[in-house]
Design a protein around this ligand. Sequence first.
Ligand code: GCB
Length: 601
Amino acid sequence: MLKLKSNLVLLGLFLMATSIFGQDVFISNTENRNFTSLNGKWKFVLDPFQTGGMGGMPVYKNYQPKDKSDRVEYGFDNGKNLWVPGSWNIQYPELTYFEGNVWYRKTFDKPDKTEGKRYFVHIGAANYKTTVSFNGEILGHHEGGFTPFSFEITDLLKEKDNFLIIGVDNARAADNIPSKVSDWFNHGGITRDVKLIEVPSTFINNYFLSLDKSTLNQKNKTLKGKLELTGGNRPKTARILIPELKLNQEFDVSIDGTTEFSINTKGLELWSPKNPKLYEVTLVAGKDTISDQIGFRTIEAIGKQLVLNGEPIFLKGICLHDENPLRKDRANSIEDAQLLLGWAQELGCNFLRLAHYPHQEKIVRLADKLGILLWEELPLYWGIQWDNPEVLEKAKKQYAEMINRDYNRASTIIWSIANETASIPDRNAFLGDLADYIRTMDDTRLLSAAIKKDQELDGHPDSVYTYNDPLIEKLDIISLNEYLGWYGGAPEETRGKSFEFGFEKPVIVSEFGGGALQGYYADKQSRWSEEFQEHLYKESLAMFDKIDGLSGMAPWILVDFMSPLRQLPDVQDGWNRKGLISEKGQKKKAFFVLQDYYKKK
Ligand code: GCB
């Protein structure tokens, strides 16, 4: 017994270790690289008590009994499969509410022609804590359920029977991001694509291209860029090609692997919702070549106006979760992205708030193609441990992963740093620090946070709503979540209200709304009826429309979404019903109210 216990403690310590073999290199634009998909069926072993080993044996070692007398108390071979990418909760009824650890295993042979190549396992997202091992060695760990990461396996790759074992733990914890309680389903597992990426020994792991703001009004605009190279033997020069602009320019590579450059363009067309112009851009460094489709634009907050490419713009938006309600799974394919963006376009949107965590990269890329502006955020949501410096470090790391992934997407114009967080000194310090950090990484977007008035839960006594959260000082846009008419008060009470802000900044209504069960028709006073929601939308839009400096809206929310917090029988049944579309894809009456408002805007 004692032996077993100490083995488990050792195992725990070992699992805590940082990367041993794997190099945790951030690799962007994986879709346009050479890769083998590792999606599909993976064998799994359930580990509800998160021990990492059964019978004292680490699961990642993939032990098999040597002979008939040997004791091994787990086994992948005769076990069941989980589909990757996908939430485990929807794949077996007994996993519906499972929160704990699951070990996934995939076996594969060495790809052909590996000479001079490096191999990385890239995971689009796994919720929430991940341990990645390969051929019995721990490569490293990752925390955060929505951002990508990769580990190198080059030195461990064998001709035959390689095994990749990934432990994913979705247990909620107070020091996680999000923290213990959130209003969405805690889909566990490897929820996005897994790829085996092949690159030359020295390769371009990331690059950052944008329009130099100061040249917006010039005829010949400048692009600024940064290139990151990984590996020894760096080339002395690299090259950028944009054939449509007749551009083929060489620049010097600096010794540390990170190179900054700028290039002059002639006749550059700007990206905008009306003209989502993307250029084919190719970067070449040594033996590596990578291509991407990139748009160029500027976004600014000037006084109370939001200004895109020098022109004021109104954001006709809606909030969205990264879930396909028809499959009850995390969205993880281009078809899922098309479904959601198709609905948003039908509503008349030019803007989406991707709530409350980084959505799949495919939706961001599709928004680039369709000309839909985006707000992206991390789940810095209810109950975050603001006084915990480790949580701040996690937030910075996850933010860096999101920026590294989406920096080159013209559609993303806003990074939001928090949702509905009370203004207390620890929170202000935490978010202030995070805002400064984000600005050091990216000066091509605006910062915001969804602010909520503290007194909302006590009803809505004031006729003038004043927003003076000190956090706004750090932000470019004031965004507010306001549920008058749903949480406290009746929809008609919106009539006497007005808004005041202690800051000269553009305003976005980042949430408002109310629940309705699609197909339940009654009078407009009846909660949960489509008429109630319709009435609430009419009243709320009239109230918000009067805001001086109103630059956009993103009501809550496009589609009903899964949430364990919502258990009202026959109405919610595990779904947050504030969608304008039901989980079966049927539009509610309020959909048309918003559609009409956007048509006239
Ligand atoms: C909010 C939250 C959102 C919830 C929503 C609601 O303020 O930001 O995550 O789902 O309200 O439905 O109550």
